[in-house]
Design a protein around this ligand. Structure first.
Ligand code: OOB
Length: 545
C-alpha cells in the first residue's frame, strides 16, 4: 500500500479474502470485465452522447497510454476536478489503470481547497475543466502552480494552451503508432493498493484524504448494487457530482457498471434538468441529499414530465424528519431508500422489504455482514441497545487511517482499528441505525459539509475580526445555515462585505456565512473553549425574537 496509508492488519485482510469479500479485482479490471460481458450496451449517457462499455474501456486505455506518455507514473497523485462529464469517468479509469492515485475534488472547490489538496497529497498533476459555470479554472490552476513547484502538469479538458496539456490531444498522441510501441502494456496495479482518495467532510480546518483501495471500493459498490437489486435493465441518474462517494460508488456509477446498467450524467441536480432526463432515458434509480430532494418534491407537484420509470431513490447525507421522508415515495411514485454514508466507508441502507415505518424513520442496516458497528459512551464503553452514543465502526471498506496524518489518526481511531465517526446514533431492536446528531463540529448546509473551523480560520484572517465562532443554525430549506459570531476589531463589516472579503481569498461559495452577529465576547466553557452549545441557544432565542 502507498506509503502514508494504513493497511488493514494482515490477518483481517486474509479473512476478507478467504470470505470472498475482497477478490483482488481492480476497478480497471472491473471495467474490462464489464466491456467483455456487456459489450455494446450503453454504459454512459451525457447530453447527446452515448458511450458503450467497449468504447469506454478502449477510451480509458487510450487515455492511460496518453497520460503515461506524459510522464504520469504509478503512485503519482493527481487532483481531479471535473464536472459530470463522461471524461471524468474515462480519465478516472485511465489513471487507475496506470496505478496513479486520484484525489477527487469537487467542481465548487477554489484555490484554497485545491492548493491544500495539492500540498497534502503531494500531487504532481491537476486535471481541470477550462471553465465551468462561468469560472475560469485555468487561471486558478496557473496561480496554484506558481506556488506549488511539485505540481508538474496541468491537464485541461479542452483546447491546448500555454502551460496546459490538452486531454483530447493527449489521447490522439497515444493513438500514434510510435507512442504505442514505446509505451507497451501497462502493468496491472495491486488491488490491495489505493485507487483514489476521497475527501473527508472535515472536522478541523480543511479536508483530509481518505485512501480507498480497489479491493474495498469494488466490494462496497458491488454490495450496494446488490442491496439496491440493480440489474442490466437499470438506468442510474447521477444527480450529485460524480466525485462524491454517494454518486460514484453507493452504488452510483461504479455499482451500475457491475451489473451492466446505464449511467446518465446530469449537469445539475435541478429538477428542470433532471426530470426531462428521467423521462427521456427511463431512469430507474437515483440518489441525492435531502435539500435536493426538497426541490424535487416541490417541482414534482407541477411538473408534466413522466417520472414513472423511477423505482428507487436513495436519500442521505443529512438528517431528515419523518414529515419529510413521508412525502417522498407518494410524490415521486417510487420507493425511498434511506442512506447513511461517509466517504470514510461505512454505508447503511434501508432495504426494499423493510417495514414502512423503519424506512421512514431509520437509516437501515449496514450493507455488509462484515461491518462492525458499536455505539459507545465517552469512555469507549459499549452502550446497551437503544442508547444514544458515538458510532464507531470498522469493516472491509472502512478506512484504517487518513493519509499522512499519523498523530490525528491516533485520535480518530481506537486501538483496535474502529473509526470514530463523530456521529451520535442509536441502534433499534431490529438492528437499524438512527442518526441523532453529531459530535463533530460540522455544518451540513444543503448537503454540503462545511467545517466550522475552516470558516473561522478565514474570518480570523481578516484584519477587522478579533474572534470568530461559526455554528450551524436550523434552516427550513437548507437544513442548516452558517451563522458567524464575531468579536470585531475596529469596524464591523456588513454581511455582504464580509462575504466578499472571504470570497476573494479563494473559498467556495457554499462556505460563506449566511448570517453574522457581532458580540462583545464569545461564551466559553470551563476549559476555556468557545461554548458552541451556548451559541446555539443564543442563535435560537435570536431567531425567535
Ligand atoms: C456522505 O458522506 P460525507 O463523507 O460527505 O459525510 C459523512 C457525514 C456522516 O458522518 C454524518 O455526519 C452525515 O454525513 N450523514 C448523515 C446521513 N448520512 C451522512 N447524517 C444524518 N443522516 C444521514 N442519513 O454524506 C454520504 C456518503 C455516501 C452516501 C451517502 C452520504
Amino acid at each position: 500500500m502507498l506509503a502514508g496509508c494504513t493497511p488493514w492488519p494482515s490477518d483481517v485482510a486474509q479473512r476478507y479474502r478467504e470470505q470472498g469479500i475482497w477478490r483482488g479485482e481492480t476497478l480497471g479490471a472491473l471495467l474490462r470485465g464489464a466491456a467483455r460481458r456487456y459489450g455494446s450496451a450503453t454504459a454512459l449517457v451525457h447530453g447527446g452522447r452515448r458511450i458503450s462499455y467497449v468504447e469506454l474501456d478502449q477510451w480509458a486505455d487510450r487515455l492511460a497510454a496518453g497520460f503515461a506518455a506524459h510522464g504520469v507514473r504509478e503512485n503519482d497523485r493527481l487532483v481531479v476536478q471535473l464536472p459530470n462529464v463522461p471524461e471524468f469517468v474515462a480519465i478516472a479509469f485511465a489513471l487507475m489503470r496506470i496505478g496513479a492515485k486520484l484525489v477527487f475534488s469537487l467542481p465548487a472547490h477554489r484555490s484554497t481547497e485545491i492548493s491544500h489538496l495539492v500540498e497534502l497529497s503531494g500531487a504532481t498533476g491537476y486535471v481541470l475543466p477550462e471553465t465551468h459555470r462561468g469560472f475560469d479554472h485555468r487561471e486558478m490552476a496557473l496561480e496554484i502552480q506558481a506556488s506549488a513547484p511539485e505540481l508538474r502538469t496541468l491537464f485541461v479538458l479542452g483546447e491546448k494552451s500555454e502551460g496546459f496539456v490538452s486531454v483530447s490531444e493527449l489521447e490522439l498522441a497515444s493513438a500514434e503508432p510510435e507512442s504505442k510501441s514505446t509505451s507497451g502494456p501497462l502493468p496491472e496495479p495491486d488491488a490491495a493498493d489505493v485507487a483514489f482518495f476521497l475527501l473527508s467532510g472535515g472536522t478541523t480546518a480543511l479536508p483530509k484524504l481518505i485512501p480507498r483501495t480497489h479491493d474495498d471500493y469494488v466490494y462496497q459498490s458491488r454490495r450496494a448494487a446488490q442491496v439496491c437489486e440493480l440489474t442490466s435493465d437499470d438506468t442510474y441518474l447521477a444527480v450529485l457530482p460524480v466525485e462524491f462517494n454517494f454518486a460514484y460508488g453507493c452504488p452510483g456509477v461504479i455499482g451500475t457498471f457491475h451489473t451492466g446498467g446505464t449511467v446518465v450524467l446530469a449537469d445539475t441536480p435541478n429538477p428542470l434538468d433532471c426530470f426531462p432526463l428521467i423521462e427521456q432515458h427511463s431512469v430507474t434509480v437515483t440518489s441525492m441529499v435531502p435539500s435536493i430532494m426538497q426541490l424535487w418534491l416541490e417541482a414534482a407537484e407541477w411538473s408534466d414530465d413522466d417520472l414513472s420509470s423511477l423505482r428507487l431513490v436513495q436519500v442521505g447525507g443529512a438528517r431528515m424528519t419523518r414529515e419529510f421522508t413521508e412525502r417522498i415515495a407518494p410524490t415521486l411514485g417510487c420507493s425511498l431508500q434511506q442512506v447513511f454514508g461517509m466517504a470514510e466507508g461505512l454505508l447503511t441502507f434501508s432495504r426494499p422489504d423493510d417495514p414502512a415505518e423503519s424506512v421512514l424513520t431509520t437509516q437501515g442496516k449496514p450493507i455488509s455482514d462484515a461491518d462492525e458497528l458499536r455505539i459507545v459512551d465517552e469512555d469507549g464503553n459499549v452502550l446497551p441497545t437503544g442508547s444514544i452514543g458515538e458510532l464507531i465502526t470498522r469493516g472491509p471498506y472502512t478506512l484504517r487511517g487518513y493519509y499522512g496524518v499519523p498523530e490525528y489518526n491516533k485520535r480518530a481511531f481506537t486501538e483496535d482499528g474502529f473509526y470514530r465517526t463523530g456521529d451520535l446514533a442509536r441502534l433499534t431492536e431490529d438492528g437499524d441505525l438512527v442518526i441523532e446528531g453529531r459530535i463533530k463540529d460540522m455544518i451540513i448546509r444543503g448537503g454540503d459539509k462545511i467545517s466550522a473551523g475552516e470558516v473561522e480560520d478565514h474570518l480570523l484572517a481578516l484584519p477587522s475580526i478579533a474572534q470568530a465562532a461559526v455554528i450551524g443554525v436550523p434552516d427550513e430549506f437548507l437544513g442548516e445555515r452558517i451563522c458567524a459570531y464575531l468579536v470585531p476589531d475596529g469596524e464591523q463589516l456588513a454581511l455582504a462585505e464580509l462575504k466578499k472579503a472571504i470570497h476573494s481569498r479563494g473559498v467556495a461559495d457554499y462556505k460563506l456565512p449566511d448570517v453574522v452577529r457581532y458580540v462583545l465576547e464569545l461564551p466559553l466553557t470551563p476549559l476555556g473553549k468557545v461554548d458552541k452549545k451556548a451559541l446555539a441557544v443564543m442563535a435560537a432565542s435570536e431567531q425567535e425574537g
